[in-house]
Design a protein around this ligand. Structure first.
Ligand SMILES: Cc1cc2nc3c(=O)[nH]c(=O)nc-3n(C[C@H](O)[C@H](O)[C@H](O)COP(=O)(O)OP(=O)(O)OC[C@H]3O[C@@H](n4cnc5c(N)ncnc54)[C@H](O)[C@@H]3O)c2cc1C
Length: 488
């Protein structure tokens, strides 16, 4: 494929003037864009190797499809590895009695445990140090080690026969009319074409769907906001028992006032604030005990108004995130018993983005369906994760937290099908859901279950020569169950 064909195929002619200087800066000494190498041919191309993308790729490969999984980073796992986000939120029903997210998620957890990289969710109860002492919606989380998770993902993909490419940036879809037929990737070798009969968008930001022409909304169109971003970090050298001893006597004071949480270490934050040494939006510190005895995960930085689809906005956020981490480390050293000599193990290799584009399908999952516990006719998973919309009240720290009214809810297969593009399925955070509904199903266990369903549906499309909209639920359901997905 030469440059002219590429621009035509990708529908980029109008944008060529703006796009070329950027791409030229990555080309050889001649300063030309150069030809696009015809490098890959697959049944299914999965773009994005986060929890949803991995599960989509493995699920399809286990049905015998030739799968190419590409990610722009150096490992699989997305936010859970590069972003250092954790633990896995709950995979249990709201009563905390039964594990309802199973399938590939459960297999991954079991493999982590075998390698000493996780604690089984059955052993983790709400209101303990493993849940940052949070109760509502935090029963049966799964603490895990992100380095071991990288290994598990590598192995599970290799065993399934998934071809993985790291350092491969999705640039543009290859389109024939409204049908997506692959993607142009920017890799260390230059521009490379990956052709595929089906594509799954697991980028989190819905980048593939957006560039292929699917309608998208950004954040919550009603409020014009996106959830704030957070840079996660991990610390060690913590005297865990002294830290716990400082927190436990304060548990009865934990409260939420006007959407602001006064939870873990709020008494220490008050001390720092009084001394003029705290300028962060949050009034408490979410600090989660991890798998190793002296290691903790900190979710406390908060950056508002980040546009994950804008390079400058993301860059500013990364810098501000690291500034906040520095302030927090000073806070730990000076104010928190047990953390006087804590060491910063590392910050996420990427800013944690909770929300950006929501791709639109014919059906947009409304949050009310989750609250009411609707189990749709084309259900692909069961979940009980609460509706957790950070920053929804617009204030610096306010959040919207809605528990669900029933024991669980379902997610319809329809949410994985974007409007206006053929041959494409959605997985993970970007599926067709309204902003608060996405606030519940964006967490990793449901994201994995959505990915698994997308992979199975893509395989069914390929097996039967049909489009995603034509997948019959009477075929999809047994295929999900065959891969140990729990549907009640
Ligand atoms: C701050 C924060 C805290 C969170 N806390 C928790 C928690 O405690 N527990 C929990 O279970 N969940 C949590 N989540 C939610 C969860 O981590 C994400 O929503 C989930 O990882 C989404 O999965 P995904 O596969 O859709 O996307 P991601 O995990 O974002 O993965 C997408 C992958 O696609 C890649 N990609 C994107 N664009 C391109 C491109 N153009 N080319 C190639 N590759 C690309 C990305 O680099 C990434 O690897 C949190 C999220 C955030 C941001």
């Amino acid at each position: 494929m030469d440059r002219r064909q590429f621009i035509g195929t990708c529908g980029l002619a109008a944008a060529a003037g703006a796009a070329l200087p950027v791409l030229n800066s990555c080309t050889g000494p001649a300063g030309k864009l150069g030809d696009i190498k015809e490098s890959y041919q697959a049944d299914l191309l999965v773009v994005g190797g986060g929890p949803s993308g991995v599960c989509a790729a493995v699920a399809a490969a286990r049905r015998g499809r030739k799968v190419l999984l590409v990610d722009n980073g150096n490992c699989l796992g997305g936010m859970g590895t590069k972003g250092l986000v954790g633990p896995f939120m709950t995979c249990y029903d709201a009563a905390g009695e039964n594990m309802i997210i199973r399938g590939l998620f459960e297999e991954i957890v079991d493999r982590l445990i075998e390698l000493g990289g996780a604690i089984h969710p059955s052993k983790i109860r709400q209101g303990t140090e493993y849940t940052a002492w949070i109760s509502e919606g935090h029963d049966h989380c799964t603490p895990f080690d992100p380095e071991i998770l990288k290994k598990v993902y590598d192995r599970i993909c290799a065993e399934a026969g998934v071809k993985v490419l790291f350092h491969a940036n999705f640039v543009s879809p290859i389109m024939k009319g409204r049908r997506i037929q692959g993607a142009v990737l920017l890799t260390p070798s230059g521009l490379e074409a990956a052709h595929a009969k089906m594509v799954i968008d697991a980028t989190g930001d819905g980048t593939v769907a957006y560039r292929a022409g699917a309608p998208c909304v950004f954040g919550d169109p009603e409020s014009g906001r996106v959830q704030p971003a957070s840079l996660f970090f991990r610390i060690n050298n913590v005297d865990t028992y002294r830290l716990i001893a400082d927190v436990v006597p304060h548990l009865p004071e934990f409260r939420r006032v006007n959407g602001v949480s006064y939870r873990c270490l709020h008494w220490r934050v008050a001390e720092a604030e009084a001394a003029g040494e705290w300028d962060l939006a949050r009034k408490s510190v979410n600090i989660w005990r991890s798998v190793e005895k002296d290691q903790w995960v900190v979710n406390c930085t908060r950056i508002h108004g980040v546009d994950a689809t804008n390079c400058e906005s993301l860059t500013d956020a990364e810098v501000e995130g690291r500034r906040q981490v520095e302030e927090l480390m000073n806070f730990f050293h000076k104010y928190v018993p047990g953390c006087e000599v804590a060491t910063l193990m590392g910050t996420g290799a990427t800013m944690g983005i909770r929300e950006s584009r929501h791709v639109q399908g014919d059906f947009v999952l409304p949050v009310q369906d989750l609250i009411d516990g609707v189990i749709p006719d084309d259900n692909i998973l069961l979940s009980a994760n609460s509706i957790d919309v950070h920053g929804a009240m617009g204030g610096p720290a306010g959040g919207l937290y809605m528990p669900i009214k029933k024991n669980m809810y379902g997610v319809p297969y329809r949410c994985l099908i974007p409007k206006d593009v053929e041959g494409l399925l959605l997985a993970g955070r970007c599926i067709s859901a309204d902003s608060p509904a996405a606030g519940a199903i964006r967490v990793m266990p449901p994201a994995m279950a959505i990915g698994q369903a997308a992979g199975i549906a893509a395989a069914l499309c390929l097996e039967n020569g049909i489009s995603p909209a034509a997948v019959d639920y009477s075929d999809l359901k047994p295929a999900l169950i065959e891969q140990k997905v729990y549907l009640g």
